[in-house]
Write a protein that binds this ligand. Sequence first.
Ligand code: COA
Ligand code: AMP
Length: 625
Amino acid sequence: MSYPHDYEYSLQQPERFWLKQAQRLHWFRDPQTAATLKPEGTADWFADGQLNMAFCALDYHVDNGRGEQTALIYDSPVTATKQRFSYRELRDQVAHFAGVLKQHHVKKGDRVVIYMPMIPQAAIAMLACARLGAVHSVVFGGFAPHELAVRIDDAKPKAVITASCGVEVNRVIAYKPLVDKAIELATEKPAQVFVWQREQCQAELMAPRDVDWQQALTQATPAECAVMQATDPLYILYTSGTTGKPKGVVRDTGGYAVALRYSMDIVYGLQPGEVMFSASDVGWVVGHSYIVYGPLLTGATTILYEGKPVRTPDAGAFWRICEEYGVQVLFSAPTAFRAIKKEDPAAHALQHYDLSALQRIYMAGERLDPPTLAWTQEVTGKPVYDHWWQTESGWPICANPVGLTEYPIKPGSSTLPVPGFDIRILAPNGEELEANQQGAVAIKLPLPPGCLTTIWGDDQRFASSYLSDLPGYYSSGDGGYKDDDGYVYIMGRTDDVINVAGHRLSTGEMEEVLAMDPAVAECAVIGIADELKGQVPLGLVIIKDGIAIDHAELSARLVQLVRNEIGAVACLKQIHVVPRLPKTRSGKILRRLLRQLADGEANVSIPSTIDDPNCVDELRTQLTR
Ligand code: COA
Ligand code: AMP
């Protein structure tokens, strides 16, 4: 098997190729068809196959000799806890909690919102939903009640699952009051809230809505796995789009399982029994695919880490974990390695640890900048791979296919399209561009298994967001190019999405929040370059005529407003009060120009459509002060 062979095979004979990959899994009913094409050019995958994701991830391994192998390691420096779950223990705990959900009438097709910190119960909750066929929607714990409420109203869940608190480096965050507030704000009221009580903080429960997870276990019996069609949704994962309303990416069951299992072999080269450490959060797609489902489908061991790359307690945290658990594959965002490099540039901490088991390091979530790549390679002596993907794709679109053929690493590139992804670089008119020409990165339809099937409850938005700009293609929202060897370089978003410390955020959403303030007449939020976090948001506001307010006071108020409405994770810390914003004559704010000015770029191209060229120098002075 080689990469060129698999790649061609996947595009020329997708039906045979994917049915073959499907054999890596245990099906209740084997699929006879791979793709069923739909009018808009996308496909349903394995439509006649039946399976259960939790069965494939747990029961199958227990039944096939892995019952006593460690499935999940919980390592929490913030609570000084370490815990191991064998496949049997994890299966039993998942089945038991699924029994609790079932007793409270959660059934196949119901939605369940999960708002949890990085504790094993987060994975147990996800897998318990999968076991019953309920559709989970995990919401990142760093989001504020308003964000949670928006997601509750969209998903209309029968239940919410939470924990009494999350533990950050310097504080304990009570989650239950945030959930209470979100439900108060939401129009759709879930019938039940299941709460895992942590010893760091006990939540107050209000019967009959709130259910104490630990107590409920004493009255429940384990639930069996539901038989799911491959096309049944496994989860909804909300991600930032260009507007304030997040997009509920819908993931199917069978296509996703096949794609993840395949990726574990060819992208990560991870074998059953080996250990994967994905330092991310279950609230993000990386957490879904490579903390929970991917490693477990493979019969590997996964690490669920409740801590940071630095400060818990130091910059040696990742290296300690790699040694302690014999990690083969380490995966995180470049920002995490930049944080380690900043605190420990000479990697002194690393000298205390034995990384001999570690084979490969992977990064994603933002472009792996060449200096971070070089530093990580140099201090660890390990191969470091950039790979590109999105919440929408669910698994890597571009990667170094090490499980098939290993290619030389080129800094700045996420290497080659993964089998199944037909990547083209297109001009705005849809014409394909030559090598080395930058354009929109598009994927020829149909998308391979594992990718989003629609936007929850909004097929129209799915089509308008991804399929209509470039007919016949999926528009990724990223710009980039291919070089003469076909290597893909992703250069950044072409829309208003920004990436802050590996967290995907919408500037449009932040603008909506700033505009809520009574003193704000107009505003713009842009992403500016940041040495540690890759990008951070910067707010520019115009004060309403006749309002006299101290600028520092207004800035502090707006920073707090965004923190309250979106969450601390938005990281909006800088606001500039400006007299005017650069606009086109038709009134569109020139955000690209603003970004260039704020980043201090020397050669700023001023669009000919600008309404008032005089504002450019004025803004340049203010933004670079
Ligand atoms: N619950 C509550 N609050 C959270 C949170 C959570 N799950 N996650 C983050 N926050 C808060 C933080 O406490 C911080 O609050 P503060 O402004 O009061 O300090 C704020 O949100 C910003 O968090 P973060 O962006 O994570 O900054 P940081 O300074 O705490 O850490 C890094 C910086 C780079 C170490 C950290 O962002 C990191 O490890 N990033 C990796 C990202 C990642 O895993 N991405 C997924 C794709 S692979
Ligand atoms: P998310 O949906 O949170 O995974 O964010 C997806 C976005 O992050 C992509 O559209 C890219 O803009 C960016 N991204 C993720 N991985 C990479 C990468 N390896 N190189 C460049 N950009 C990336």
